[in-house]
Design a protein around this ligand. Sequence first.
Ligand code: SF4
Length: 213
Amino acid sequence: MSRAHLYPLRIAVCWFFSWEEYGARFARRMLMNYSEIKYFDIANGAGIRTTLFVSGCRHHCKGCFNPDTWAFEAGRPYSREVESQILSNLEPAYVDGLTLLGGEPFEPESQDVLIALLERVRAERPGKNVWAYSGFTWEQLTQGPSRAHTNHVMQMLSMVDVLVDGPFVLEQKDITLRFRGSSNQRIIDVRRSLEAGATTLWEDDPLFTTHTW
Ligand code: SF4
């Protein structure tokens, strides 16, 4: 058989696998549980926020503030209606943005669902900022190796403004820190870090800057 005869077969195989991947990602897009949504939250990011606590976290940090969210099946099913409710609660001008918390928003199982949510936030609420908390470090997310370093993690990060990274370390717990629980965690300006190709910390209001890294 000549090479030319193989082209239709190649195209069919590529078409099948691309649609299989697309179908699998589409199916996963609504397969996530969440434990809670906090409206008018002022503890998890700057300003007034809507905070989504997703279910599922494999880090199991000693002293975790929210172990009820470790199980992926904990809480309630996430749905298009829940998503619309989040979007609607982001609408008022006094709400600064959305925070993704957990659980672990960057567990591979949750990424497709949250990418779909962030796409809607960017399209329908363009003035709002997005914070995300992760037990993975910036390097583990962006360079790997880690289970969170998937084919689409950069797509997810590209729609996040600020990342609080790293696991909670009980021995480094510091209750005076703003927006983080232990001193190993960093508050990273995602856009500036991606542009600079180097980790760039988010700049807090000097009024609140009582600690340095
Ligand atoms: S990453 Fe967060 S939710 Fe997961 S165990 Fe650590 S502190 Fe708890």
